[in-house]
Every structure is written in C-alpha cells, then in structure tokens.
Design a protein around this ligand. Structure first.
Ligand SMILES: [Zn+2]
Ligand SMILES: [Zn+2]
Ligand SMILES: [Zn+2]
Length: 159
C-alpha cells in the first residue's frame, strides 16, 4: 500500500513489552485450545503485531527469517492459516492480506473499516452477527467465519 499525502499517524504496531505480552497471551490461547505455538506460528503473529496493519503473505515471507533470509512460502501460509483459525488474526479477502486481531479472546465475527487511501484498517464490532447466525441455523448452515470489509476513507484521508 502506497503512502498517501494526508496527515495522520502511521499504523500503531506493538513493540517492546506490549509485543511480548501479546505473544504471551497468544501462546496461552494456543495451549488452552490444545494447540502448539510453534516457532513459525509465533513469528508470523509477531510480524503482524509489529506491523499493526494488514500484511500480504509475500511481504511476510521476505522478512520472516530472523536471520534476514526469506522463509519457504508454505511455512508462512500454514502459519497464517493457523492464526486465522484460532482467531489470533483475520484474513481480509479484499486486500488479500492478514491482520492481527485487535479484539482479544472470543471467537467472533470480524468487521474492518479499510481506508483505500492510506491503507489503515480498524477492527470494529460487526453489526448483529447473531442475526447472520440465526439465519444460518435455520437452514442448517454451519458458519466458519464472518468478515465484514468496509471500504472508504479514514477520518484523516476524508478531510
Ligand atoms: Zn478480531
Ligand atoms: Zn486513510
Ligand atoms: Zn490518504
């Protein structure tokens, strides 16, 4: 995503002890879900948390190795899949990108306000996900994920 000309703060990624705290929480969630936070899974989440904005898989592949070497693509794709399944990250279809979940524990439907100018993305509570669930239940449909993706301009880019 190209830098826009509008005046606003950059993405707010995590660093230092906020980052280690978030990774620690994520590890707990893995354990409670009976899963393992393997090194690639942890690294993928770390990069998403540091970025604080949606990242495409191939951008992560480039910077994946802590020694500066790119990773094997399947390693990164599998790690991202896992994070999305556990709700630690979300896939944003319209951007073909992944973003760390900002909402904490709870398997939830996700909604994003995506700025098409600067690329900033804000995760918000989706509107009435229980209605979608109710409609699905009626026909025996099993929902695996609901993601609402709003496109437009953030406050700074709109003004
Ligand atoms: Zn979320
Ligand atoms: Zn913007
Ligand atoms: Zn802008």
């Amino acid at each position: 995503m190209a830098e826009c000309e509008h005046d606003h703060d950059g993405p707010e990624g995590l660093s230092g002890h906020h980052l280690s705290h978030a990774l620690h929480d994520a590890e707990d969630r893995c354990v409670r879900a009976g899963e393992r936070m393997t090194q690639p899974r942890r690294r993928a989440l770390e990069l998403l948390l540091e970025a604080g904005k949606p990242m495409k898989a191939y951008d992560l592949i480039e910077i994946f190795g802590e020694d500066g070497r790119p990773a094997k693509p399947p390693t990164v794709y599998r790690a991202l899949d896992f994070l999305a399944k556990l709700g630690l990250a979300h896939r944003i279809e319209s951007l073909n990108a992944y973003v760390a979940c900002e909402m904490g524990e709870r398997n939830h439907a996700a909604a994003f306000l995506i700025c098409d100018c600067c690329g900033a993305t804000e995760e918000v509570e989706p509107f009435a996900p229980e209605k979608v669930q109710a409609a699905a239940s009626k026909s025996g449909y099993i929902i695996e994920a609901v993601t609402v993706e709003a496109h437009g301009r953030c406050g700074a880019c709109a003004s």
